[in-house]
Ligand binder design. Structure first.
Ligand code: CAA
Ligand code: FAD
Length: 379
């Protein structure tokens, strides 16, 4: 494995960091406070090519790879985890399954719109009674001539309400368990498709999380993604890669918290010297930095495997598990380094701590990552 980033990847990191610091960071606290999603930031990401990083140019992408993609999610999340997940859900959850399983026509219409950023994407798997246990979903899709009729509710959908294209999973055959699930591409504005509750959240508050409602929603057959009954496989293989996007998000949050804590420890004077000169603080920073690097190596390893076309499911579950847990520990310590000031909204570390928590929960809780890794080790 070659750990050296290419010139292209170094340039991309520099470009995304400048964009993140100049265009995303200044409004991050305000958007968090007001739970405000900013489509303008997504449009700017599209102008920079970030919305289609891994896809070939013929489908509207910039022809780069997954390593570049995780670097972009990391750099965005270093200043704003909500912006990081907007891109992660758009690229790895909404666009990837179309690239992997779509017909040429679907790629030229839907993937192209997603890659260029003309449209924003979302991925709708979870339901009120089917979170970790995906197979117990209740949403149905009934075959009706040249269309399917969708009925049911999806919850917790990132980019829900603001996205234009949704990958939706529904049961076409309730008796077949995981073999009875099918995937569909559903456009906002389709009759019978509406939005319900918008969640009020602890963190990633400028990323909308919304319920989707399907009431006799008619989807043309050409919008079925993959074959009937192939939906569970599509959902799981999409998550194999998506989880590394969340690892990159966690890594970015952790790096942001470490950078803030290090700078503050050098500036804050107590007992006549910077607090960083106390071993109690410098050892904390040393442990945080070591965990950030370990998370980075696991995340880049999974991205490298995917870029090389090698199996990456286990590596991706491991990177998400480790980086998510590390981000939680590191952000709690960052608040501690700031003392009382860390507990206020005058500094970004309390936001990082609130944002870190979700990386242990979505795209499969970290208990589910352990289950996935354990099954792969023992099967
Ligand atoms: N790739 C290919 N096939 C897979 C697979 C994978 N990754 N995982 C499972 N399968 C196959 C199995 O091999 C099995 O195949 P056979 O029929 O040939 O035996 C079949 O699928 C059924 O698998 P399981 O028996 O393992 O299924 P299960 O019901 O026990 O569930 C699970 C497995 C891993 C727990 C799964 O339900 C899961 O991943 N749950 C978590 C859900 C999740 O991550 N949701 C995230 C929503 S998106 C999100 O949150 C968005 C966001 O962050 C922004
Ligand atoms: P449950 O499955 O009810 O789990 C509750 C607890 O039990 C957890 O601690 C879990 O780890 C544990 N548990 C469950 N089963 C086991 C087991 N077998 N072994 C050990 N422990 C277990 N979903 C989407 O489809 N698309 C999205 O875009 C999306 N975005 C989200 C954004 C946010 C902000 C949030 C909060 C959620 C989002 N989700 C999305 C849903 C997310 O993936 C689920 O919340 C997650 O998979 C867990 O499901 P649950 O909340 O129903 O918890």
């Amino acid at each position: 494995m070659n750990f050296e980033l290419t010139d292209e990847q170094e340039m991309l990191r520099k470009m995304v960091r400048e964009f993140a610091e100049n265009e995303v960071a200044p409004s991050a606290a305000e958007r968090d406070e007001n739970e405000r999603f900013d489509r303008g930031i997504f449009d700017q990401m599209a102008e920079l090519g970030l919305t289609g990083i891994p896809w070939p140019e013929e489908y509207g992408g910039i022809g780069s790879n997954y390593m570049s993609y995780v670097i972009a999610v990391e750099e965005l999340s270093r200043v704003c985890a909500s912006t990081g997940v907007t891109l992660s859900a758009h690229v790895s959850l909404a666009s990837w399954p179309i690239y992997q399983y779509g017909t040429e026509e679907q790629k030229h219409t839907f993937l192209k719109r997603l890659a260029t950023g003309e449209s924003l994407g979302a991925y709708a798997l979870s339901e009120p009674s089917a979170g970790s246990d995906v197979v117990s979903m209740l949403t149905t899709a009934k075959d009706d001539g040249d269309s399917y009729v969708l009925n049911g509710n999806k919850v917790w959908i990132t980019n829900g309400g603001v996205a234009d294209i949704y990958i939706v999973f529904a049961k076409t055959d309730a008796d077949q368990r995981h073999k009875g699930i099918t995937a569909f591409i559903v456009e906002k504005g389709t009759e019978g498709f509406s939005f319900g509750k918008k969640e009020k959240k602890l963190g990633i508050r400028s990323s909308p999380t919304t319920e989707l409602i399907f009431e006799n929603c008619r989807i043309p057959k050409e919008n079925r993604l993959g074959q009937e009954g192939e939906g569970f496989k599509i959902a799981m293989t999409t998550l194999d890669g998506g989880r590394n996007g969340i690892a990159a998000q966690a890594l970015g949050i952790a790096q942001g918290a470490l950078d803030a804590a290090t700078a503050y420890a050098k500036e804050r004077v107590q007992f006549g010297k910077p607090i960083a000169e106390n071993q109690g603080i410098s050892f904390k920073l040393a442990d945080m930095a070591t965990e950030v690097e370990a998370a980075r190596l696991l995340t880049y390893q999974a991205a490298w495997l995917e870029s090389e076309g090698l199996p990456y499911g286990k590596a991706s579950a491991m990177s998400k598990l480790f980086a998510g847990d590390a981000a939680m520990r590191i952000t709690v310590e960052a608040v501690q380094v700031f003392g009382g000031y860390g507990y206020t909204k005058d500094y970004p570390v309390e936001r990082y701590m609130r944002d870190a928590k979700i990386t242990q929960i979505y795209e499969g809780t970290n208990e589910i990552q352990r289950l996935v890794i354990g099954r792969m080790l023992t099967k």
